[in-house]
Design a protein around this ligand. Structure first.
Ligand SMILES: Nc1ncnc2c1ncn2[C@@H]1O[C@H](COP(=O)(O)OP(=O)(O)OP(=O)(O)O)[C@@H](O)[C@H]1O
Length: 212
């Protein structure tokens, strides 16, 4: 759960009060309204000029950023794939986080969770844009974080795959007491969580869920 008070970041964000307390929340709003910036503030990739962000009651400004980002992981809009196999690309996030490597069964499980029916041994150079996006998503899910901040995770997917992936993500976080906050331009995705939309306009919140 995040509690945001008096948040200001440059001239981009000005949020007086916002509590994000649902298992799955969507940040929506026009291009340039500050959605990515808000997401980045939640794991200290952006440091606000003013205001306080509490995560489960803890002031994130007073938390070690590396420790914080182990619990609160972010997947940006243009994640990087490395040369090598699908398996290499899945394990690399764990290696960077100094976590033990995942078993082959676990790799297959996360790939299935994002609807990617590929072998971990396959090279990733030939993957399509939507397959690459899902591989990056699977890499982040392997991190076993408490909160997943996902910036347009389904932008390259067809509607059917999008629904499959987002529903799987939602049941993954709900089943394990985790949280998912995703930025989306997709009316279909936002429509799946009508009570949990944070609507941003010009860096200000227009409402969250039933608050409006
Ligand atoms: N580090 C920065 N320095 C200056 N301006 C920035 C910085 N980061 C973002 N901006 C500007 O802040 C505004 C909000 O950007 P942001 O990426 O948060 O928007 P967004 O709502 O996620 O947009 P989109 O839907 O197009 O991804 C934009 O006008 C952007 O150009």
């Amino acid at each position: 759960m995040f509690t945001i008070t008096g948040l200001k970041y440059r001239s981009i964000l000005d949020i007086q009060s916002l509590t994000i307390d649902r298992p799955v929340s969507c940040i929506t709003g026009p291009s340039g309204s500050g959605k990515t910036t808000l997401l980045r503030c939640l794991n200290r990739l952006c440091e606000p000029d003013e205001g306080v962000i509490l995560y489960n009651g803890m002031d994130i400004a007073r938390t070690d950023p590396v420790m914080l980002r182990r619990q609160i992981v972010m997947l940006g809009q243009s994640p990087v794939l490395y040369d090598g196999t699908i398996g290499d690309n899945l394990q690399i996030g764990l290696r960077f986080a100094q976590k033990p490597a995942a078993s082959r069964d676990r790799l297959l499980e996360v790939l299935a969770g994002v609807g990617l029916q590929k072998s971990p041994d396959e090279e990733c150079q030939t993957l399509s844009g939507g397959e690459r996006q899902r591989l990056c998503l699977a890499r982040v899910l392997l991190m076993d974080a408490k909160v997943y901040l996902l910036d347009e995770p389904s932008s390259a997917l067809d509607k059917e795959t999008e629904r499959f992936v987002i529903e799987n993500l939602a049941s993954f976080v709900r089943g394990r007491g985790k949280e998912l906050i995703l930025v989306t331009h997709s009316p279909e995705v936002a429509g799946m969580y009508p009570g949990a939309q944070i609507r941003l306009s010009g860096g200000r919140t227009e409402g969250y869920g039933d608050e409006q």
